[in-house]
Design a protein around this ligand. Sequence first.
Ligand SMILES: [Zn+2]
Length: 356
Amino acid sequence: MSTFSLKPAIPAALDPGFLPALLYNRHYLQSARKNSPKLPPESPCMCLTRKPAGSAKPSPQPACRNSKSNFMKPHNPTSEVFIPDAKPEAEALQRITHLGIGAHQDDLEFMAFHGILECFARDDRWFGGVTCTNGAGSSRSGPYAAFPDTEMMAIRRQEQNTAAIIGGYGVMIQLDYPSSTIKSPTAQELKEDLKQILTATRPEVVYTHNPADKHDTHIGVTVAALQAMRELPHDQRPKQVIGCEVWRNLDWLPDEHKVIMDVSGRDNLAAAVNGVFDSQIAGGKRYDIATLGRRAANATFFNSHSTDASTQVIFGMDLSPLVTDESIDIVAYVSDLLEQFHDDVRIKLSQRIGQS
Ligand SMILES: [Zn+2]
């Protein structure tokens, strides 16, 4: 009988010896764009969690991984602010232009890949990630079957931070809530944390779960995110808010209400950020294949009369009106969209049968 240690499950990307190559990705790509091969400036990070390597080769500063944030004060003391390129926290937060707010480790990569791509290898746009849960309720099978909650939580947190490194995120915040808090209709902690993050980042675009999702924890995150944004001063609210696909697609949305996010041509990057979630995929739940498959299906089945101009498309629900105008009832807004789908099916079928 073989044992499975924690070590192989922790991606090598966070090993100090491997980290420099990943951290330099963004800078190399930026430099290539500018046709200037200069090295990145020395980071002013004062994080003391890891000493610089004693190598003759120049080495970047380690990623800054603050279990206790100096700038924000999330509710849970076990929350974590991870800054892949080790910029000071205030600077890292203020540069965020696209913010993803997801329930579980991996949700951002599956649903908000458009935002990740919009910001990838750019120095004028930065993706910020927020994961709300602690991973304690994760399914586990295969090589992870015997892992207790504490180890599973550590693995999932590590996997999420690895995706943040690969995707070049400006910041990755893990709020470490149990699902029960997120699903509670009375708990205010998550909403307050998200308000703090939104105030510190002031993103132009926010990606979160769509309110018609099947997963109760996803719905809890969406509601908290919407409530947080609706309580911000009007001039601090994001311009665009998109509810994204995970546990239900959005094919049913009337086309005029779909946010069409074309992510074609970057399947390699999608595979890279999705593939690090080994603890969820190795047991046989192929989220990585299913996610790209859904995007391919969206691209092909969107329009029956034209050839495929795109090969990978994510659908989103436009939630911006709910944030612009806090008097709009969230349940009524989503119910109206469902009603439009209902009417579309009923009218088409009735016309053909001759009942209209
Ligand atoms: Zn999820």
